[in-house]
Design a protein around this ligand. Structure first.
Ligand code: ATP
Ligand code: MG
Length: 211
């Protein structure tokens, strides 16, 4: 049995056409079903529905053979035990630093101010500011980072931005791009060695579908 780990929402939606290209169709919709294990049209393939941040963990430990996860999530996880053969070019956005519209980020950097930064992406943020030689105090949040600078919890946020609509709606502005984000196919390395006959055709179908 091949197990593919996916998260609900945009990743599932954008993965559906790739699965179809590999001849795999979920028999239930994860948005309406409460099942966490979804059968597919193929007896030898099942989908498991997990939190986006948990996808690398399921694949790392071999509970799933394949998974689809954002580069944001993979960078935080570290990628241990994972083979990452394909950038699927889906769920594209950017990792950005943002501040209040009335905050002068450049000036505070010039003055050597020690900024407070809220983020769900602590590792990514730590590495980014260390590369810039900036000393920051990182505060871990699990969501709604945009609120931090509005209520005095932080000076800046590190978060994903696609259209910028959420930033604008909360009087924030992006001031720095940390990197481009898209979702990647991840494969358990041991499982690929053991089950290459079953896994390689799926990987190849994904590769053809994204071209
Ligand atoms: P939740 O929103 O339930 O807390 P989550 O934020 O981890 O969970 P999603 O919002 O579905 O889950 O994000 C899943 C992945 O999609 C992220 O890891 C990222 O790679 C990508 N993503 C997140 N936000 C955007 C966006 N605005 N545009 C495009 N891709 C995004
Ligand atoms: Mg989200």
């Amino acid at each position: 049995m091949i197990t593919i780990a996916l998260s609900k929402g945009r990743i599932f939606e954008e993965t559906t056409p790739l699965l179809a290209a590999a001849g795999i169709h979920a028999l239930e919709n994860p948005e309406s079903s409460r099942k966490l294990i979804l059968p597919t049209n193929r007896d030898d393939v099942r989908l498991i529905i997990v939190r986006a941040t948990d996808v690398p963990t399921y694949v790392q430990y071999g509970a799933a053979d394949l998974g689809i996860a954002g580069k944001d999530v993979l960078d935080e996880h570290g990628g241990e035990g994972l083979y990452q053969p394909l950038d699927l070019n889906i769920a594209k956005c950017k990792m950005m630093v943002a501040v209040r519209e009335d905050f002068d980020y450049e000036a505070s950097i010039r003055q050597g101010a020690r900024l407070k930064v809220v983020t769900k992406y602590v590792k990514t943020a730590r590495e980014h500011f260390a590369d810039k030689g900036m000393h920051v105090d990182l505060i871990k949040l699990y969501g709604s980072m945009e609120l931090g600078p509005l209520v005095g919890l932080a000076d800046a946020i590190v978060d994903l931005v696609s259209t910028g609509g959420t930033l604008r709606a909360n009087q924030l502005k992006a001031v720095e791009e940390i990197g481009a984000i898209s979702s990647r196919l991840v494969v358990n390395q041991a499982s690929l060695k053991l089950n290459r006959q079953q896994l390689q055709p799926i990987i190849d179908s994904f590769a053809r579908a994204i071209q």
